[in-house]
Write a protein that binds this ligand. Structure first.
Ligand SMILES: Cc1cc2nc3c(=O)[nH]c(=O)nc-3n(C[C@H](O)[C@H](O)[C@H](O)COP(=O)(O)OP(=O)(O)OC[C@H]3O[C@@H](n4cnc5c(N)ncnc54)[C@H](O)[C@@H]3O)c2cc1C
Length: 391
């Protein structure tokens, strides 16, 4: 079991401040975020000052140093409002930042991590390509050696925070897959490197204020020092580990959003009337609330247990996928019920559950679709059983 860098008392303080920030500063501005399709600069600055760009980066590198058990508690608070808020610093703490934390050389860490932790640097995780999403081992972006430099060519899509990124944590094939591994390396590519071109912002279904775009790499030259961990064989493993950790966080985020959808539903059911009767008095409405509440409680217990198992090292593969699968499907159902409880008003722009319904749809798609989580869980169980049978 790893020991937490942050004491429980200090963490409770961080959690309380985050909860206060989310509920008193961000929730009242959800409509503005939606309308303007951006997180206002003053909220970004407040998040920066609170250390939220680096909550999961070790203190040694300027972050708050939360462990995964603390991370999920924070994520449940962040999920309570527009998911664009979390997305703004999600890649720094999560998929991009954790590649550096887990696999970077000391030199790479000291060059980049302090900026990432403070929010002065926005890091994006550039793995997905057309035709290589669920199966990243099929990626075609190429890295070729030229003297001691690497030349990168390829195309990435749907890259979160690409329009504001300073650094792309970029996955590229340096050799064909062979018995020694997937042949995928990962490079630190500053966004202003000649040949890096970020496309226009994608128009998405939801999560207004969270931006994604294509990123094209044309003869992008980076030095040997840009190869993460100084080894070509690290990329695939780094991507898989970073994504597995990220899945626990996404599961917790889903629980936070489900709690919000439930709170909105209860408030509506208690006050809205039909024929003079509060709709919350109808048992079929109560049944919907009961289903929502049960999902939230089950999800919360699951993410806490999964984070614990991650920290002890007991399970860093099946449990994260199971938590992501359950919690993201759960919030989809809870959001759907929330719209149902709101009746026609639930379909109207400006009503929080309408935003939530669209925001949470993404959670079942990225960082591994629900189908991919099922393959990881089922495949992992069978593999473990066959191994045991051979012993
Ligand atoms: C808003 C947004 C933000 C994103 N941010 C990032 C980011 O920052 N960095 C990044 O690298 N990527 C990012 N992604 C990409 C995301 O991770 C992929 O879209 C996702 O993994 C699915 O890949 P795909 O889109 O290629 O779909 P596909 O893989 O083509 O999936 C299509 C369907 O086929 C199913 N399927 C695929 N393979 C199998 C299989 N073997 N067995 C059964 N079913 C299968 C899928 O489950 C799905 O239902 C983002 C995507 C979105 C939409």
């Amino acid at each position: 079991m790893t020991t937490a860098e942050v004491s429980d008392d200090d963490f409770q303080e961080i959690l309380a401040q985050t909860r206060h920030f989310v509920r008193s500063a961000v929730v009242p501005r959800e409509q503005e975020i939606l309308r303007e399709d951006r997180v206002p600069d003053d909220l970004r600055e407040q998040a920066k000052d609170m250390g939220l760009f680096g909550y999961a980066i070790p203190q040694e590198w300027g972050g708050l140093g939360l462990d995964l058990a603390q991370d999920v508690e924070l994520a449940m608070e962040l999920g309570y409002t527009s998911l664009a808020l979390r997305s703004m610093f999600g890649t720094n703490n999560g998929i991009a930042g954790q590649v550096l934390v887990g696999y970077g050389t000391d030199e790479q860490k000291s060059t980049w991590l302090e900026g990432i932790a403070s929010g002065d640097v926005v890091a994006s995780f550039a793995l997905t390509e057309p035709g290589a999403g669920s199966n990243p081992s099929g990626l075609r972006t190429k890295a070729t050696l030229d003297g001691s430099d690497w030349i990168i060519n390829g195309q990435k899509q749907y890259i979160t925070n690409a329009p504001t990124a300073d650094l792309f944590v970029t996955f590229a094939r340096s050799r064909p897959a062979d018995d020694n591994g997937a042949g995928i390396a990962v490079f630190l590519v500053p966004a202003d490197t000649p040949g890096v071109q970020v496309g226009t912002k994608d128009k998405k279904m939801g999560q207004e204020g969270a931006w994604t775009a294509d990123v094209n790499f044309t003869d992008v030259r980076v030095p040997a020092a840009a190869l993460v961990g100084g080894s070509e064989d690290i990329g695939y493993r780094a991507a898989m580990t970073s994504l597995a950790r990220g899945r626990v966080h996404i599961a917790a985020l889903a629980v936070g959003t489900a709690q919000r959808a439930l709170d909105e539903s209860v408030a509506h059911a208690a006050t809205a009337t039909q024929g003079g009767t509060p709709i919350g008095g109808f048992q079929l409405v109560q049944a919907m609330l009961a289903e929502q509440q049960t999902g939230v409680l089950a999800g919360r217990a699951m993410v806490r247990d999964t984070a614990r198992q991650w920290l002890t090292g007991q399970d860093r593969r099946i449990a994260p996928s199971a938590a992501k699968l359950f919690c993201t499907e759960m919030v989809g159902k809870v959001a759907d019920l929330a719209v149902q409880i709101h009746g026609g008003s639930g379909y109207m722009r400006g009503v929080p559950v309408e935003r939530i319904y669209r925001d949470v749809r993404l959670l079942r798609l990225y960082e591994g679709t629900s189908e991919i989580q099922k393959l990881i869980i089922g495949g992992g169980l069978v593999k473990a059983a066959s191994k045991a049978a051979k012993r």
